[in-house]
Every structure is written in C-alpha cells, then in structure tokens.
Design a protein around this ligand. Structure first.
Ligand code: PRP
Ligand code: URA
Length: 218
C-alpha cells in the first residue's frame, strides 16, 4: 500500500502476509540473534523488491531452448546500498542478493542516550554516488534523527532527492513526520508503522534495540 501517511506523501507499507508473519517473529523478545539476523535479511529483501519497482526495463533478444524471443533486462540502473551503522548492516545482504552488482556505502551514526540525537562517526560513499539509485537502509525509524542526518549527508554529496529511498522495517509516526519535514521528496518503505515512541525514544510496541538484537550485544 502506497500513499500519504503521517504527513509524508510517499510512504509504502509492505503489507504482504509473509512480511507480516516474519515481522511478528522478529518482534518476539524470545527470538534469538541468529533467527533475528535471518529475518532482518529476508525483510530487507522484500523492502528492496518494493523499492526497485520503478526500475525500467529494455528489450533484448534471447534464445531459449525452444526459440528466439524478445525479453527484458534492467535498463542501466546502478545502485548504492547505504546502511546506517550499525543495525543497517543487517539489511545489506538481503538487498545484495537482489542486486549483486550494487555498491555499498556506510554512514556511522549512533543516538546519544540522553538527547537521542544522532552522532556521526563514519562516512564513506562510492565515488560515483551521484550516478546511482541510493537505497538507505536501517531497520528502525524512531525519532527520525538518524535517517534525516544520513539523507542530509547523501544530498550534500550531490545526490538528487528522487534517487534516494529509505528502507526500514519499523517506523514510528514521529519518525515519519520528521522525514516528511526534512525530506518530503524521499520515499519511505516500511514493513509496519507502530503506535508511538516511549520515554527513551524506543518504538512501541517495536522490537527493542535492533542493533543489540542483530549483533547479540545485550
Ligand atoms: C538505532 C537504529 C537507527 C536509530 C533510529 O541505532 O538502528 O539508526 O537508532 O533512531 P532515530 O530514528 O531516533 O534516530 P542506534 O543509535 O541504537 O545505533 P546502533 O545501530 O549502532 O545500535
Ligand atoms: N533504535 C532501536 O534499535 N529501536 C528502537 O525502538 C528505536 C531506536
């Protein structure tokens, strides 16, 4: 389902039943790191599938074992996947399975535990980033601070807004509103929109701390 949600005009909810089933397992506090990583990878693949739906095709000739025919291949789309470290790393492999030739950039941000504001610690993008479709990946859009800062950096490198897409697994209304204010031109793809944030700016009901659950650090 694509439409205008929480003030953002370009939001796609990936409401496929298999996605929703996997998301429920992901939310469960008893799901361990190994399974959690597998699910994040799989959900990223579904999000990547939706976020590349606008890619264009061009005709080519192909000979099947039966005859020659016209078939279609992707038309010159170059892709960069940009995970927001560290939880975003969990989504890279799933999208690389869809688009093996994609380049991968990295943006290191963590939320200050007191202010909840993003602090930058690493930034490296492919040199030809302006020629690529950019898929920014992070499982969680909570206050939106991290995603907004990451997209600020990418735009500052000269990437046009219409080439940037943000792929998350869970979004809070607050994060969608923040994205709508800062980057109304960047499309958002999410598996679900949750209720709200709690006093620690965690998504409710959410799935807890995505980075800790992926990497088993708590
Ligand atoms: C988490 C998550 C997002 C950010 C979302 O990262 O992976 O990057 O919080 O919150 P926001 O929308 O309020 O900015 P965290 O800071 O916990 O770092 P980590 O990925 O290294 O665990
Ligand atoms: N980051 C997370 O990992 N989880 C949340 O709920 C919010 C931010």
């Amino acid at each position: 389902m694509t439409g205008s949600i929480h003030g953002h005009e370009h939001v796609t909810i990936i409401d496929h039943p298999i996605v929703q089933h996997k998301l429920t397992i992901l939310r469960n506090k008893d799901t361990g790191s190994k399974k959690f990583r597998e699910l994040v990878k799989e959900l990223a693949m579904f999000a990547g599938y939706e976020a590349t739906r606008h890619f264009q095709l061009e005709p080519t000739r192909v000979t099947t074992p039966i005859c020659e025919t016209t078939a279609y291949t992707l038309k010159g789309r170059k892709v960069a996947i940009v995970p927001i470290l560290r939880a975003g790393l969990g989504m890279v492999e799933g999208i690389l399975e869809l688009i093996p030739a994609a380049r991968v950039g990295h943006i290191g941000l963590y939320r200050d535990p007191e202010t909840h504001l993003p602090i930058e610690y690493y930034f490296k993008l492919p040199e030809d980033i302006t020629t690529r479709e950019v898929l920014v990946v992070d499982p969680m859009l909570a206050t939106g601070g991290s995603a907004v800062a990451a997209i600020d950096f990418i735009k500052a490198r000269g990437v046009a807004a219409e080439k940037i897409r943000l792929l998350v697994i869970l979004a809070a209304p607050e994060g969608i509103q923040a994205l709508a204010e800062a980057h109304p031109d960047v499309s958002l793809y999410t598996c679900a929109i949750d209720e709200c944030l709690n006093e620690h700016a965690y998504i409710v009901p959410g799935l807890g701390d995505a980075g800790d659950r992926i990497f088993g650090t708590k």
